[in-house]
Design a protein around this ligand. Structure first.
Ligand SMILES: Nc1ncnc2c1ncn2[C@@H]1O[C@H](COP(=O)(O)OP(=O)(O)OP(=O)(O)O)[C@@H](O)[C@H]1O
Length: 403
């Protein structure tokens, strides 16, 4: 049975804070981490490979509000492999955080089960799930030093480890060995985020949950910070679940990506699988900057493509464009005019306007000397794509607002 932290310690730790909910959750999770039967309470130093497999089965969550009930998680089943990072990716309100909170035990499911390895964890209290949590707000205790923040979980758990060495080891792991005596306010956003990660890892959780952990960072440093965080998590080998609405972040970091919309899981796969074979118009539209056009526009008709759906979409990289007037034996081409050209280094974006006014964006990838052709503004060009690149859809199929 888990030893719970005395309430007074938790209360004082979470007082005088802005993000009280997240701090309370962090305190509660860390109070219980490493407390279960399989607890690595004696373990030191940090060991790699301490990850659990998580299985979510037929899980639903209905929130009841004054306006009625709302199905935020709709019959979700998924398998999260041990020791890997899984990203929950989807638009705002799609149910990602709800699922993360269900996995953490911070919400009670309306239906379904959750397993940690072979253990049914559905009704196991949060404190006994051995979970570390990193929030967007970091949820660090402002009145404690970084070292005290990191030592918080192991201390109140009375873990039988050398807590000072654990703190030193974690500060070295996050490459901030000198910040132990500083308070969070004396750190940059990226440093604070790494300290929050160290605190989440201090009790050696078997599962690490990351809720939009880069959301509060300046976009210019986000890429380098996320690479740093990924390499720390890889070194520790803990199973991790990352909630994000940023597809670039999910595809760069995760081994497996779960795409959500309207409370449902729409597709699960590796980043490569999702990019090469998006399962639905929603997934393609969400993960790529697609061109959208009426199904009866000149370009679609010239390609000989027919559909009963009112719109089609296609990626900006699927066009063959020629300056030469097509010969009768050539594939079907539609005439267009180059209306804009944006050079963004590794790729050039062209805006091509067809004679019926429909404008598409075309991307040419590669360094300048590798690119097949260059086009001038106002130049007349002829555009072709294989009809298999055109994806028909009804507007509702790509909508993300709750039904
Ligand atoms: N405690 C609650 N009570 C009622 N409705 C809620 C509650 N928490 C979340 N919701 C609703 O459930 C839906 C899913 O919310 P959730 O936070 O899981 O989405 P999300 O995908 O994480 O979104 P975001 O990226 O904006 O955080 C939303 O419509 C939200 O308003």
């Amino acid at each position: 049975m888990a030893r719970r932290a005395p309430k007074s310690i938790l209360t004082s730790a979470i007082s005088s804070t802005v993000h009280v909910d997240e701090q309370a959750a962090a305190a509660s999770l860390e109070a219980g981490t490493a407390s279960g039967v399989n607890s690595p309470a004696h373990a030191t130093p940090l060991q790699a490979g301490n990850g659990v497999r998580v299985r979510v089965q037929d899980m639903s969550k209905v929130y009841t509000t004054r306006k009625g009930s709302f199905l935020a998680a709709d019959d979700i089943s998924l398998d999260i492999p041990a020791g890997k990072m899984t990203a929950l990716l989807g638009p705002s309100g799609s149910g990602k955080t709800t699922l993360l909170r269900l996995i953490a035990g911070l919400e009670e499911p309306s239906a379904g089960s959750i397993f940690f390895d072979d253990e049914d964890a559905t009704w196991v209290p949060t404190q006994e799930r051995e979970i570390g949590f990193v929030f967007q707000s970091y949820a660090l205790f402002k009145h404690m030093t970084c070292a005290q923040n990191i030592a918080f979980g192991p201390s109140i758990r009375k873990m039988k480890i050398d807590i000072k060495s654990r703190v030193r080891e974690l500060l070295e792991l996050i490459e901030l060995p000198h910040v132990g005596s500083r308070r969070p306010a004396q750190l940059s956003g990226g440093q604070r985020q790494r300290v929050a990660l160290a605190r989440a890892l201090a009790s050696q959780p078997r599962l690490l949950l990351l809720d939009e952990p880069f959301g509060a960072l300046d976009p210019t440093i986000r890429t380098s910070v996320r690479q740093g965080l990924k390499s720390i998590i890889d070194k520790v080998g803990v199973t991790s679940i990352l909630v994000t609405h940023d597809q670039e972040e999910a595809f760069e970091l995760a081994d497996q990506v779960v795409i959500f919309n309207r409370g449902k899981v729409v597709q699960i796969g590796t980043p490569e699988e999702l990019q090469s074979a998006p399962a639905t118009p929603f997934v393609l539209h969400f993960i790529d900057d697609v061109n959208q056009m009426p199904a009866n526009c000149q370009f679609v008709k010239r390609m000989g493509y027919k559909t009963e759906k009112p719109y089609v979409m296609c990626r900006p990289t699927v066009f063959d464009v020629s300056k030469e007037v097509p010969q009768p034996d050539m594939p079907k081409f539609a005439p267009a005019t180059v209306s804009d050209r944006i050079d963004i280094g590794f790729s050039i974006k062209y805006m091509l306007k067809f004679d019926d006014g429909v404008v598409i964006e075309m991307h040419l990838q590669g360094e300048e000397h590798e690119r097949p052709v260059a086009f001038d503004l106002q130049q007349r060009v002829y555009v072709h794509t294989d009809p298999s690149n055109l994806v028909p859809y009804y507007p509702d199929e790509i909508a993300s607002t709750p039904t």
